[in-house]
Ligand binder design. Structure first.
Ligand SMILES: Cc1cc2nc3c(=O)[nH]c(=O)nc-3n(C[C@H](O)[C@H](O)[C@H](O)COP(=O)(O)OP(=O)(O)OC[C@H]3O[C@@H](n4cnc5c(N)ncnc54)[C@H](O)[C@@H]3O)c2cc1C
Length: 447
C-alpha cells in the first residue's frame, strides 16, 4: 500500500518513452493510445479514491482478459498533500446516511442510497470499521413535527425504481413512541416526536480510504502524492473536441523546482474544495474549444465540539428536525466507533477554504442548539474540536440565509472529450463515494 511521489515518475513505465507505453497497452477508451496513463484522477479524497479504484479494477480486469503480457499503469491518482484524505474526507461526521433529505429526483438521493448499500457490503467484505447505529430525528415543536412527517411521507413513497422492494425497504423509518423514547434514551428531549432511521450508521472513514487505496494499488494504480496539479491542457486536432487527443497535466511536485508533465487519455476532476480551480485550469486556457463557463465554489464551514463527560449517556445518533434556510442538518449528536459523543457540525460561511480551525466563538450557539434535545448536557465539558468545509455551488442568499442546496454535479463535461467533472460533492459524499465511483466508471467506459 505504499504511495509513490511523482518525483519518482521517472522510474515508472510512463516515463520510459511514450511509444513503448502505447505498445504495452492492452485496451484503450479513447483515440489517444500514446498517453502515459489511461486515466488521471485529480484529488485523493474518499471520492477520488473510490473513482480511482473503480477505474483501476476495470482496467486490470480488461488487461487480464486480453492477450497482452503486460500493461502500463492505467490509472494515476494525483493528490496535492503528502497523504490521501486529509481534507474534507477526514473532517466530517463519518455518518452513513440513509438518503432522507435530498428529494426524489436528485442525484444525491440516488447515489446516497446506492452508496449506502455498497458501503455496508464493502465494510463487511474488507473488515472496515462500521456500525448500524440507527439515528433519531427529534422534533420539539409542531413545525418540526411537520418536517418529520414530510420526511416520513417521502420515505414511504420513494422506491428509487425498485419495484421488487417493499416501500419501507429503501428508506426504512419508524415512529418511536414517547414511552419507548423515554425507555431507550431517557436523556433525549423530543416534545413533538421521534422518527428513527434504521439504515443510518457510522464508518471509520480513514479505514475506508486506506482500504480503497490498497485495492487501487493492488489493481496496478499509481498514487502520486505531494503532487498538486497546476495546469491542464486538453489535446486534439483542429475541429476536434478538446480532449479528443488526450490531456496534458502539469504537476508541481512539492519541493521540486520544475513542473512535471504527464499525459492521460481521460481525466476525472475529484478535487473537492479545489474542484472549481481545476475546472478553471481547463476552461480558461481553452480558446479553441466550446469552453464551459468558469466555476466558483463557496465555502460553508462546519465546526465540531468534543465532549469530555460520560454523562448524560446516549447510544444513538440524534439529529434535530431539519430547518430549511439554516443550512446543514443542524448541530447533531454523533458517536464514533468507540462510543464517544461529539457534536456538530454547525454552519458558518467562510471565504477561505483553508480556514480549518474550529471556531470557539460558535460554542455558545452550539450549546443552545444541543440543549434543545439534550437538556442535561454539561456545557463545561464541550470544547471546540475540528472543522470541515463544505464545497457549495451557491453563495448565501441576500438575507445571509442558506439557499436550497443544489444537486451533486457528476458529468462528462459537455463539449469536451474524456473529462468527467465532479463538483459540489458535499454531504452525503462520504456515503455516496462508492456509488459515485461506479457512476464515473460507467461514464468513462460508455463513451
Ligand atoms: C462538516 C462536514 C460534515 C460531513 N459529514 C458527512 C457525513 O456524515 N456523511 C457523509 O456521507 N458525508 C459527509 N460530509 C461530506 C463528505 O465529507 C464529502 O462529501 C467527501 O469527503 C468529499 O470527498 P472528496 O474526495 O470529493 O473531497 P476531499 O476529501 O476534499 O478530497 C479532494 C482532494 O483533492 C485534493 N486536491 C485539490 N486540488 C488539487 C490539485 N490541484 N491537485 C491535486 N490534488 C488536489 C485535495 O488535497 C483533497 O485531498 C461532510 C462534509 C462536511 C464538510
Amino acid at each position: 500500500m505504499n504511495s509513490r511521489s511523482l518525483s519518482k515518475l521517472t522510474q515508472l513505465p510512463c516515463r520510459r518513452g511514450l511509444a513503448g507505453v502505447g505498445a504495452l497497452r492492452s485496451f484503450s477508451v479513447s483515440a489517444s493510445r500514446s498517453a502515459d496513463f489511461t486515466h488521471a484522477v485529480i484529488g485523493g479524497g474518499v471520492v477520488g479514491l473510490a473513482v480511482a479504484r473503480a477505474l483501476a479494477e476495470r482496467a486490470s480486469a480488461a488487461s487480464l482478459s486480453s492477450s497482452a503480457s503486460a500493461s502500463a499503469s492505467p490509472v494515476l491518482l494525483l493528490e496535492r498533500h503528502s497523504d490521501v484524505g486529509t481534507e474534507t474526507s477526514s473532517r466530517n461526521s463519518e455518518v452513513i446516511h440513509a438518503g432522507l433529505y435530498y428529494g426524489a429526483e436528485s442525484l444525491k438521493t440516488q447515489v446516497c442510497i446506492r452508496g449506502r448499500q455498497l458501503l455496508y457490503d464493502f465494510c463487511e467484505q474488507y473488515g472496515v470499521g462500521h456500525r448500524r447505529t440507527g439515528k433519531w430525528i427529534v422534533a420539539q415543536t409542531p413545525n418540526q413535527r411537520n418536517a418529520l412527517e414530510k420526511i416520513y411521507a417521502f420515505a414511504q413513497s420513494y422506491r428509487g425504481g425498485r419495484v421488487d422492494l417493499q416501500e419501507d425497504e429503501v428508506l426504512p423509518l419508524r415512529w418511536v413512541t414517547a414511552d419507548e423514547a423515554k425507555r431507550r434514551e431517557p436523556a433525549i428531549r423530543a416534545e413533538a416526536g421521534v422518527l428513527e432511521s434504521l439504515a443510518t450508521g457510522i464508518v471509520d472513514s480513514h479505514g475506508l480510504m486506506q482500504t480503497l487505496l490498497g485495492l487501487f494499488e493492488d489493481a496496478g494504480g499509481v498514487l502520486a502524492s505531494g503532487s498538486p496539479v497546476v495546469g491542464i491542457t486538453p489535446l486534439g486536432g483542429v475541429g476536434d473536441a478538446p480532449g479528443s487527443g488526450g490531456w496534458q497535466l502539469h504537476v508541481k511536485p512539492v519541493g521540486a523546482a520544475e513542473e512535471t508533465v504527464v499525459t492521460a487519455e481521460t481525466i476525472v476532476n475529484a478535487a473537492g474544495l479545489g474542484a472549481a480551480a481545476v475546472h478553471n485550469m481547463i476552461t480558461q486556457g481553452d480558446t479553441a474549444g466550446p469552453a464551459s463557463p468558469p466555476m466558483q465554489l463557496y465555502y460553508a464551514k462546519g465546526n465540531y465540539f468534543s465532549y469530555s463527560s460520560s454523562q448524560p449517556r446516549v447510544s444513538t445518533l440524534v439529529y434535530p428536525a431539519p430547518d430549511p434556510g439554516v443550512g446543514g442538518l443542524g448541530t447533531h449528536l454523533t458517536l464514533d466507533l468507540a462510543g464517544r459523543i461529539r457534536f456538530g457540525p454547525d454552519f458558518e460561511w467562510v471565504t477561505d477554504p483553508t480556514d480549518l480551525a474550529a471556531n470557539a466563538a460558535r460554542l455558545p450557539s452550539a450549546i443552545e442548539a444541543i440543549k434543545a434535545y439534550l437538556p442535561g448536557i454539561d456545557a463545561g465539558a464541550l470544547q471546540p474540536d475540528y472543522a470541515g468545509i463544505r464545497p457549495k455551488l451557491l453563495p448565501p442568499g441576500g438575507d445571509g440565509k442558506h439557499k436550497k442546496d443544489p444537486d451533486f454535479i457528476v458529468r462528462s463535461e459537455p463539449g469536451y472529450k474524456g473529462w468527467v467533472n465532479l463538483l459540489g460533492i458535499e454531504s452525503p459524499g462520504l456515503t455516496s463515494s462508492l456509488a459515485i465511483g461506479e457512476m464515473v466508471e460507467k461514464l468513462v467506459y460508455s463513451r
